[in-house]
Design a protein around this ligand. Structure first.
Ligand SMILES: Cc1ncc(COP(=O)(O)O)c(C=O)c1O
Length: 424
């Protein structure tokens, strides 16, 4: 029944689908319940080796200790001002002071990084247009686009010889879009890309920024927005790499076109292990305060009309943790421990894939690794039949390092190698 007896509007009746990640997770859980020795690489949350959710207790405890007022009262619609200040800090890190000498920053709290994506989709491109992103991306991006009446235009994830950027692909996509739209919006999930774990290196970041600046200068009539989706950034080797790239470009005399705005979608879901708290925000930089205020006025209207206001207690708790040097240090130490867990798991997987001849994609940071494959579903089904549960996405297999113990990596690589041989 396509329209539920006419209840669904025509546009809503095209909304379909069961999330492939949850479908495979259910299969894995059923097998585990039936006594199978499973490896569960389907989950997108960081788990301890024993399969329990990894928690950064400093932040979670701070939420639990929230005052009645923080639980009960509304947050200002754009967030608590101290939290907005923290968002800028989380996005820019040590580069903040330098960058804010010549630029202004603005931030708005949203229910997670997803809310930040929504704000940009709803306001920075005309309906019917496209948002630029790499070919491999977090699946729900399509949902955010669909809800905003947008489509995607992609460029390849990797450049020639496995380079971490396809600059030609990017500039071509940019050029085409600039010729078609009055606004161009780019979503770049970097570093620690979901679903591959790829992190762009400094030269590649500089090239992408340079391409955006040049395009904006050449097309002053077209608004240019580059949004760094920083959902996993605090688990990366260079958590504030984009701010550093920008600072270096500014030091080298970069001319900031007034029709260019840079954004960071900040999420506390992973960095603070608070997936369900729905806490994050959108940070922007631009030389003119007025331009920022006008854009954020529009964002505030979208927020009001979509989720009303952001939850207040998680904002207050984050401010409390980060303003207290001891709590901030404890949170940071735990983040370090969790990052090292991921480093060890990734190193074990990469080594095992090397041993078994599995051509894993370049992978550096964050929660995932990736095997590019045109028959991803067949690979995943083969692995699942051997109780190694992975996720088939467009163009490849997502391997959830975040959910699998280091000791299981050899088995995962072995089973993938078998699958590749059988399907060759
Ligand atoms: C690439 C990417 N961006 C953004 C998000 C948004 O996360 P949240 O809305 O929980 O902050 C996620 C969550 O999985 C993600 O993987």
């Amino acid at each position: 029944m396509d329209d539920a007896n006419g209840l669904l509007s025509p546009s809503a009746s095209t909304k379909r689908g069961r999330d492939p990640i949850f479908a495979m997770l259910s299969k894995c859980q059923a097998a585990a319940a039936a006594g199978a020795d499973v490896v569960n690489g389907t989950i997108g949350a960081l788990l301890e080796d024993d399969g329990t959710l990894a928690i950064n207790a400093t932040y979670v405890d701070a939420i639990k200790a929230s005052t009645s007022l923080d639980v009960a009262a509304y947050s200002p619609l754009s967030g608590l001002s101290e939290f907005n200040d923290l968002l800028v800090e989380l996005a820019l890190g040590p580069e903040r002071t330098g960058l804010l000498q010549s630029l202004s920053a603005k931030a708005m709290a949203t229910p997670g990084g997803g809310g930040a994506l929504r704000l940009t989709a709803a306001n920075l491109v005309e309906q019917g247009g496209v948002v630029l992103m790499r070919e491999r991306h977090w699946g729900p991006y399509l949902g955010f686009l669909g809800e905003a009446g947008l489509q995607r235009r992609t460029w390849p994830l990797l450049g020639p010889n496995g380079a971490d950027v396809d600059l030609e692909g990017f500039t071509a996509a940019l050029r085409t879009t600039v010729g078609e739209q009055h606004q161009v919006l780019v979503w770049l999930n970097d570093p620690a890309h979901n679903p591959t774990g790829l992190s762009m290196q400094p030269d590649s970041r500089a090239d992408v920024l340079d391409a955006m600046v040049h395009s904006a200068l050449e097309h002053p009539e077209v608004g240019h927005s580059l949004m760094i989706d920083a959902a996993y950034t605090l688990y990366a080797e260079e958590p504030h790499g984009w701010a550093t790239t920008l600072a270096e470009a500014m030091d080298a005399g970069m001319m900031w076109p007034e029709n260019l705005m840079l954004f960071w979608a900040v999420s506390l879901s992973k960095s603070h292990t608070a997936y369900g708290a729905r806490c994050g925000g959108l940070v922007a930089l631009h030389p003119e305060e007025e331009a920022l205020s006008r854009v954020y006025e529009a964002f505030a209207v979208t927020g009001r009309g979509t989720w009303s206001g952001p939850p207040r207690a998680p904002q207050s708790a984050a401010v409390g943790v980060h303003q207290d040097p001891e709590l901030a240090a404890t949170w940071g130490e735990r983040l370090e421990v969790l990052s090292e867990l991921l480093v060890r798991r990734r190193a074990a997987l990469v080594a095992a894939c090397d041993t078994h001849g599995v051509p894993l994609n370049p992978t550096h940071d964050g929660f995932f690794a990736w095997l590019e494959h045109s028959r991803a579903s067949d690979v995943v089904d083969f692995c699942a039949a051997r109780h190694v549960y992975l996720v088939a996405l467009d163009g490849g297999v997502r391997i959830g390092l975040c959910a699998m113990p280091e000791a299981s990596m050899n088995r995962v690589a072995e089973v993938m190698a078998e699958a590749l041989e059988v399907l060759a």
